[in-house]
Design a protein. Structure first.
Length: 98
């Protein structure tokens, strides 16, 4: 028999945690979101590992500027950004000056 747990509205699920990682690392999350995120991390080894990987990536790569990317890499990032906007409901996908 499997136990089904209902998430409360304020709980964070893995997909939300992935979306919050940047804000968490930059220190821009509000107090409540930060607590929810850290509570999720305390019980999720997968998201904890993802956070560690993101920290390692930032540490190893430093800062990347547009000039560091090949034209193909730029196009890949633009396409990824536009897909992300479409998934979030922003159908324009313009993303400013890309």
């Amino acid at each position: 028999m499997s136990l089904r747990i209902r998430l409360r509205r304020r709980d964070v699920v893995c997909r939300q945690a992935v979306e919050l990682v940047t804000g968490y690392l930059e220190g821009t999350l509000g107090r409540a979101d930060r607590r929810r995120f850290e509570s999720h991390l305390a019980g999720c080894p997968h998201c904890t590992e993802y956070l560690a990987q993101m920290r390692a990536t930032i540490h190893l790569t430093g800062r990347i500027t547009p000039e560091d990317l090949t034209p193909a890499m730029r196009q890949d990032f633009i396409a990824l950004y536009r897909r992300w906007h479409a998934e979030r409901g922003d159908q324009s996908g313009s993303g400013g000056s890309a």
